[in-house]
Design a protein around this ligand. Sequence first.
Ligand code: GLC
Length: 554
Amino acid sequence: MQENNQKQYLWWQDGIIYQVYPRSFQDANGDGIGDLRGVILRLEYLKALGVKAIWLSPIYPSPMADFGYDISDYRGIWPTFGSMADFDELLAKVHAMGMKLILDLVPNHSSDEHPWFQESRSSRDNPKRDWYIWKDARPDGGLPNNWLSVFGGPAWEWDEKTGQYYYHAFLVKQPDLNWRNPEVEKAMLDIMRWWLDKGVDGFRVDAMWHMIKDAQWRDNPRNPDYKDSMGSYEQLLPVYSTDQPEMHGIAARMRKVLDEYDERLMIAEIYLPVHRLVAYYGTHDREAHLPFNFTLISLPWDSRLIAAAVDEYEAALPDTDWPNWVMGNHDQPRIGSRVGFGQSKVAAVLLLTLRGTPTMYYGDEIGMRDVPIPPGEVQDPQGLNMPGKNLSRDPARTPMLWDGTRNAGFTAGEPWLRVDRSFRRRNVASQEKDEYSPLCLYHKLIRLRQQEPSLKVGAYKPVYSDTQLLAYIRQADGHPGFLIVLNLSHRPGYFTPSAIRFTGVIVVDTFPEQEQVSVKDSIDLFGDEALIVRLDEWQAVSTNPNPHELAAMP
Ligand code: GLC
């Protein structure tokens, strides 16, 4: 991809991905549930925000036991979300606006209401029997093994009619497909081609690390670090039920399908430690373009831990592969609630200045928080199945706050989930007019990132970290560098690195009063302040710095 010595980047490398949870983004028909026409209505907003790709959580027909992650038809649209004509219109409009559309693909399991499973459970000799995972009871009548469901309870469900158990890593209503059966693989690859032929730009593959299981069905070992506050699934280490070596062959064959087309993207949802995660880029064959990197979600909000984790990820990443960062999604507490309002702006600066593709979660750009959902209104099966542990994902899935009108402009009807009651002062419309708002910060960050090759694709050079601060330089060859300094604490922080001398101008700051201020060699920061300095000059001056100072010389 060399052209005039200028490296060309693909859209998913230098663009930003934005996750839309369709149920909660915009309701266009007043039934209280977001829909595809609602997304169409908000495309201008997304375009103006400057994101490149929209990832839609599942929009397929589904009994909605897991809000669409239980699919009963992989080639349709759930009627409450709209029609295939609506989808086609959405796709055409996204493309006409120069953006991309990524669908969620859920290959690990289907709904129990999918015709495949209906057939599979109908008799032991049905041709689809082996499309799912059926096992006899142990001789003593016990479960086939000790594996647990992510959503609580055992992962095996007894089927009275045919006298066997079936395996479900998630809900009873989400039976796992048997990826050791080549017919299953062929069916799923055909589904991918069907959507790619339509023109979708790629997939976010759900639960990829679950897709194939130990051939011997061995018991998982106990987790010695389990605590009562954790989900019951975490009592065991899922060493035999997830991340099996055979998965890499499947991922490579999925990737080959993508490669039959131009510039399509495969993202993989994988919660694994970094060294195992990066294997999903592919070692022998090419696999996922972007195995989602959840480091910033998983780690405590601690500057030294984050600095070390960024270094570890950068080091683990093969040279040929492209990094990515995720700060939130529909399964996790919102960043605004994890770290608080002030730090969520610091998080925005971090997400949009690290090297690699950022994925934003809808509403984070206006600082949305987790909304408390009273017990009687909980809808998420994870919350319902494990009550008392505060594991419901509903709080992070509440309606987008568009304006100060009824239901924050999300719906003219009754919203399916509570709207944050503070919507009159925290919404898109009010933040567009407020230069101190998170939305305004996101606009500035995205604009700068997309204008500046150094921030978009430049190298990452660690500069400094201590118990409060984290600093790094981003620089692309032949372009001005940028110094990013983040205060991950609420107390003032003093950036006085011994390893570099620098002069420059602050161009974006979570406290905009400092923007356009010139700085030289040191910077004082408020608590919750993060800033970007356009460097005029910089040089390394010390060879014996703080262990985290300037690992990379200019
Ligand atoms: C993934 C999805 C999550 C879903 C689960 C089962 O983790 O992100 O929302 O519940 O898979 O499909």
